[in-house]
Design a protein around this ligand. Structure first.
Ligand SMILES: Cc1ncc(COP(=O)(O)O)c(C=O)c1O
Length: 364
C-alpha cells in the first residue's frame, strides 16, 4: 500500500491506497469538530441558495463588521480570507520579509509561503527534552536582522500552548527589533478560557493574528479564516490589492451566522471537555506510546514500537491518523490524532490496542 500524504484529511488518497471507499475510513488526521457544521448554517445556506446567483460584496463589509464585533476591534483591523491559508500567503506577500524565523516542528504552509516569496528562513528548533515548548532562548534568537516570526498557538502538530508571559516577552522583543510577529490562532477557539493575542493588537502594531473558522465550525470544504491587526496600512493594502471574490457567498454568510450559534459553541465545549482528557488518559496508558498533554482538539504522540508503521497499521483497521515524519525536526516515530466523538475515539483506542499488541517490540 502506497500512501504518503503531506497533509491531514486526505481520505481520498488513503482510501485509494487501501482499495476501499473514502467513507469507510475514520478520519483522525484532520482536526475538525466532529459535531459537523452547525445546523443553523445549513439552514441559512439552504434558505439562501439564491446567493450563488449573485457576486458577493467584493468588500465583504457585513462579514468584516461581524468579525470585528466578535473581537471588539475596528472593522479596519480585519480582513477575511478563503480559509486562513489564503491569508498566510497574502500576508507574507505584502510584508515581503527577507529573513524570517520559524519554529520546528510547525505548520508547513508558513514555510511554503515564505519560500514562494523568496524569503530566507532561520529555524528555531523546539526540543523534546524541553517538552517541545519554546523558552527564553527564543528571545535571544530574535535578532534585528529578522523581519518576521511565525508562532502557532497552540502549536501544530505538538498541540501545546506556549507560556503567555513568554509570548508577551516575544512581542516586546519583536517590537523593539521591528520584527513582524504573526501568531496563528487557528485552534484557539477550542480553548474557551483563552483570549489569545487579540487584546494586545493595539499595543503591538506589528502583531498579526490569524484565525481559522474551518476547524471549530467544521467547514474545511466551505473555508473561512481572517486576519486581525492594528497595522491598518497593511490590512488596507491587502484588501485593495487582493483578487476579487475569493470568499464565496456561502462562506461569507457562514461568518455572519455561525458566531451567534451559542448552542453549537457550548455543545462543542462540552464534547471537548469530556473527550479530550479521556482520550489523552487512555492513550497515555498504552504501552509503547508517549503522548503530550493537548491544549486543543488534537494529540501529539510518539510510537516506540520498533518496526511498527502506525499509520499504515491503523489504515488496515480503516483509521487514518496523521504521520508527522515530514515535519522538520520529527521522524517516523511521531504522529498526531484528532479528538473525535466518544464512539470514534473508542474505535481508535481499540485499533491501537490491537496493532500495538500484534507487532514489534516496545522500545523505551
Ligand atoms: C495551524 C494551522 N493554521 C492554519 C490552517 C489552515 O486553516 P484553513 O483551513 O482556515 O485555511 C491549518 C490547517 O490545518 C492549521 O493547522
Amino acid at each position: 500500500m502506497r500512501f504518503n500524504s503531506e497533509h491531514g484529511g486526505n481520505t481520498l488518497e488513503a482510501a485509494q491506497a487501501l482499495g476501499v471507499a473514502p467513507e469507510s475510513l475514520r478520519d483522525f488526521s484532520a482536526n475538525i469538530n466532529p459535531l459537523g457544521m452547525p445546523a443553523s448554517l445549513k439552514r441559512a445556506i439552504t434558505e439562501q441558495l439564491g446567493l450563488a446567483e449573485r457576486y458577493p460584496d467584493v468588500e465583504y463589509r457585513a462579514l468584516h463588521i461581524r468579525l470585528a464585533g466578535h473581537h471588539g476591534v475596528l472593522p479596519e483591523w480585519v480582513i477575511a480570507g478563503n480559509g486562513e491559508t489564503e491569508l498566510i500567503f497574502s500576508l507574507v506577500h505584502y510584508l515581503a520579509p527577507e529573513k524570517a524565523m520559524l519554529l520546528t516542528p510547525g505548520f508547513a504552509e508558513y514555510r511554503r509561503a515564505l519560500t514562494r516569496a523568496g524569503c530566507e528562513i532561520k529555524d528555531f528548533a523546539l526540543e523534546e527534552a524541553k517538552g517541545w515548548q519554546p523558552d527564553e532562548s527564543l528571545l535571544a534568537a530574535l535578532t534585528p536582522d529578522l523581519d518576521c516570526l511565525f508562532l502557532c498557538t497552540p502549536n501544530n502538530p505538538t498541540g501545546l500552548m506556549p507560556d503567555k508571559a513568554l509570548l508577551l516577552k516575544v512581542a516586546e522583543r519583536c517590537k523593539a527589533h521591528q520584527i513582524a510577529l504573526i501568531i496563528d490562532e487557528a485552534f484557539l477557539d477550542f480553548m474557551p478560557e483563552e483570549q489569545g493575542m487579540v487584546p494586545y493588537l493595539a499595543r503591538y502594531p506589528q502583531l498579526y493574528v490569524l484565525r481559522s473558522l474551518t476547524k471549530f465550525f467544521a467547514i474545511p470544504g466551505l473555508r473561512l479564516g481572517y486576519l486581525l491587526s492594528a497595522d491598518t496600512q497593511t490590512v488596507q493594502k491587502m484588501r485593495c490589492q487582493r483578487e476579487p471574490w475569493t470568499i464565496n457567498a456561502f462562506a461569507a454568510l457562514a461568518g455572519e451566522v455561525m458566531l451567534d450559534d451559542y448552542a453549537y459553541i457550548e455543545a462543542t465545549y462540552r464534547w471537548l471537555q469530556a473527550e479530550q482528557p479521556r482520550l489523552f488518559r487512555q492513550l497515555d496508558a498504552l504501552q509503547g506510546i508517549t503522548v503530550w498533554p493537548p491544549a486543543a482538539n488534537y494529540i501529539f504522540l510518539r510510537c516506540d514500537v520498533s518496526g511498527l508503521a502506525l499509520q499504515r497499521a491503523l489504515l488496515e483497521e480503516h483509521i487514518l491518523i496523521r504521520h508527522c515524519k515530514n515535519y522538520p525536526g520529527l521522524d517516523e516515530r511521531y504522529y498526531r490524532v484528532a479528538v473525535r466523538g466518544e464512539a470514534e475515539n473508542n474505535l481508535l483506542l481499540s485499533a491501537l490496542r490491537k496493532v500495538l499488541s500484534g507487532k514489534g517490540d516496545a522500545a523505551g
